[in-house]
Design a protein around this ligand. Structure first.
Ligand code: ATP
Length: 329
C-alpha cells in the first residue's frame, strides 16, 4: 500500500478532534460552518473516515456521533500533534512496510527535514542491531524519526541512542502510567522482559553526523502468544490495550524535549535518567564483545554514555559497545 503523507491543514484532523471531544451529537450545519466547508464536502470527509474504520452515526436533525475510532496512526491522528523540529518535517504513514528505517534513511538521503517521521502498522523486515530481526506484528508501534544533530560530533552519536531510551520511558509513563526500565544500550524492559528496542543508525561524513535514523519498536498490543518467549507487551502488563496513537504522540514529544536537553545541557541529565531507570546496576553481568567476553558487576554509565563494568579485582572497565547479559547462578 502506498504511504500516506500528512497534508498541512487536513480538515480530517479538526473534524476527528471535534467528533472525539463532543459530548453527544454534533450538528451538521454547525460542523460545516466551523470547518468552513459545504455540507457536501463534510459528507465526503465523513465518508472517507468511515472507509478508514471510524463508526460515525448520522441522525437527521441531530447530526453526527462518533461511536468508534480505530487506534491507527493515520496522518490526521498524528501529524497535527507533533512538536516542531523543523519547518520541513513530514509525516509518512503506511499500513505495512518492509522497514520504517529503510524508508526514513531514503528520505534522509533525499534531504528530508529534521523531525520527519515514518510510521507503519506492521513491518515485514523490522530489524534490530547487527541485522537481527525485530518481530513487528500488527498491534505494535513501529516508527523512525529523522534527527540532524549538527551540535554533536560523531564520537558522541551513541548518546542519542541513550537519549531516545529516556524519552521512550518517560513517554510511555505519561501516555499509560506504565514504568518501563532500560537495559544498556538499547532495550526497554517491563517486568523483566523485553518490551521494546531502539535502533539508531547514523549517516556520517568525516567526524560529523549528517543525520540519525532513530528507529523504535514497541510491543504495545501484540497478543502474547505471537511474541518471542523472552518478550512482553504493554497490554499484558496493563491488563488492556493501550492507545498507540497516544503513545506515539507522547514519545515524540519526549524525544523533542530530551533532544533539546542534550543540545543545551549536554549528556549529564540523560546519564542521570539512565542511572535511575536501568535495572542492571549492582547485578552480575557478562559483556560480549567481538573477540572476548568479560564478566563482572554492572557499575553504571560514564559521562560519555559508556558502560562501566566492575571486575572481580575491583577495576572499573568502560565499554562503548557490547551485548550485556545477566548472569544467574
Ligand atoms: P538482546 O541484547 O536483547 O539480545 P539486542 O539489543 O542485541 O538484543 P536488538 O536489536 O535490541 O538486539 O533486538 C533484536 C533481538 O530482540 C532479536 O534477536 C530477538 O531476540 C529479540 N526480538 C525480536 N523481536 C522482538 C520483539 N518484538 N520483542 C522483544 N524482543 C524481540
Amino acid at each position: 500500500m502506498p504511504p500516506e503523507s500528512a497534508q498541512s491543514g487536513d480538515p480530517k484532523a479538526v473534524l476527528v478532534e471535534k467528533l472525539k471531544l463532543a459530548q453527544g451529537f454534533l450538528s451538521g450545519t454547525k460542523l460545516s460552518q466551523e470547518l468552513g466547508m459545504s455540507r457536501q464536502t463534510l459528507r465526503t470527509h465523513l465518508a472517507a473516515l468511515r472507509n478508514k474504520g471510524y463508526r460515525i452515526r448520522a441522525v437527521p436533525r441531530r447530526g453526527y456521533l462518533l461511536e468508534y475510532a480505530p487506534d491507527k496512526l493515520y496522518p490526521w491522528e498524528i501529524a497535527p500533534f507533533l512538536p516542531r523540529f523543523s519547518a520541513t518535517q513530514q509525516y509518512h504513514y503506511s499500513e505495512d512496510t518492509d522497514s520504517t528505517q529503510n524508508t526514513l534513511i531514503a528520505l534522509g538521503i533525499a534531504g528530508a527535514g529534521e523531525g520527519t517521521l515514518v510510521a507503519a502498522e506492521e513491518q515485514t523486515k523490522g530489524r534490530g542491531r547487527l541485522g537481527r530481526t525485530w518481530l513487528s506484528r500488527h498491534g505494535g508501534l513501529y516508527f523512525s524519526l529523522l534527527l540532524r544533530p549538527d551540535f554533536l560530533p560523531l564520537a558522541r552519536a551513541s548518546q542519542l541512542s541513550l537519549m531516545l531510551g529516556c524519552a521512550c520511558i518517560r513517554g510511555i509513563r505519561t501516555a499509560t502510567g506504565i514504568q518501563c526500565e532500560s537495559k544498556w544500550p538499547n532495550d526497554l524492559f517491563l517486568s523483566g522482559k523485553k518490551v521494546g528496542g531502539i535502533l539508531s543508525e547514523a549517516a556520517a561524513e568525516a567526524d560529523s553526523i549528517q543525520f540519525l535514523a532513530a528507529g523504535i519498536g514497541l510491543n504495545v498490543n501484540i497478543p502474547h502468544r505471537e511474541l518471542p518467549r523472552e518478550a512482553t507487551s504493554l497490554a499484558k502488563e496493563y491488563g488492556r490495550d493501550c492507545s498507540r496513537s497516544r503513545l506515539l504522540r507522547h514519545i515524540i514529544r519526549e524525544i523533542h524535549a530530551w533532544y533539546s536537553i542534550l543540545r543545551t545541557d549536554g549528556f549529564e541529565p540523560i546519564r542521570a535518567c539512565w542511572e535511575e531507570h536501568c535495572f542492571l546496576w549492582g547485578t552480575r553481568v557478562k559483556i560480549t564483545l567481538p573477540h572476548t567476553v568479560r564478566e563482572g558487576t554492572a557499575h553504571g554509565i560514564d559521562k560519555q554514555g559508556f558502560f562501566l563494568l566492575r571486575t572481580d579485582q575491583g577495576l572499573i572497565e568502560s565499554y562503548s559497545a557490547g551485548d550485556i547479559t545477566s548472569v544467574r547462578y
